[in-house]
Design a protein around this ligand. Structure first.
Ligand code: DQA
Length: 143
């Protein structure tokens, strides 16, 4: 049961980046929390962060996971290419956001990813990722 987490652009700056919106946890801290929960849930977890749209698409196409958890960050609102990669691969995908994208600027309300994702978790800070891991476990157990 393999879960891949992809953190998109600028998420390497978490903790220092607009903490009033994204919280004070560093990406490393969020990753450590996920690793601990994954071992409790007996999930094999891989985590990557990239600022590159192409690298995100390559990782999706590689299909080296049973469930994908992705925070596409700003690409959420722009990337038909990431949407098409998810659609082409056809694996379960959970879209995650730290902030609630539906109560921010108008341009953030549109997600190209939501249309092809299994589900979306938005607005719960680091907890969004942990809930996505629990949902991944449920998806895999019910298969
Ligand atoms: C984000 C929300 C996006 O609108 C933004 O561009 C991000 C982070 C979030 O996790 O809240 O970079 O995906």
């Amino acid at each position: 049961m393999k879960v891949l987490v992809i953190h998109g652009p600028n998420l390497n700056m978490l903790g220092k980046r607009e903490p009033e919106i994204y919280g004070t946890f560093s990406l490393d801290k969020i990753n450590r929390k996920m690793m601990a929960l994954a071992s409790e849930l007996k999930l094999k977890l891989s985590i990557m962060q990239t600022n590159s749209e192409a690298e995100i698409i390559d990782a999706i196409q590689k299909k080296d996971y049973d469930v994908l958890i992705i925070n596409p960050a700003a690409y959420t609102h722009t990337s038909i290419a990431i949407r098409d990669a998810i659609s082409a691969v056809g694996k379960p995908v959970i879209e995650v956001h730290l902030s609630n994208i539906h109560k921010r600027e108008e341009f953030r309300k549109k997600s190209y990813i939501a249309e092809v994702a299994t589900g979306q978790i938005s607005g719960l800070g680091a907890e969004s990722y942990l809930l996505a891991l629990r949902a991944s476990k449920n998806i895999l157990s019910s298969n």
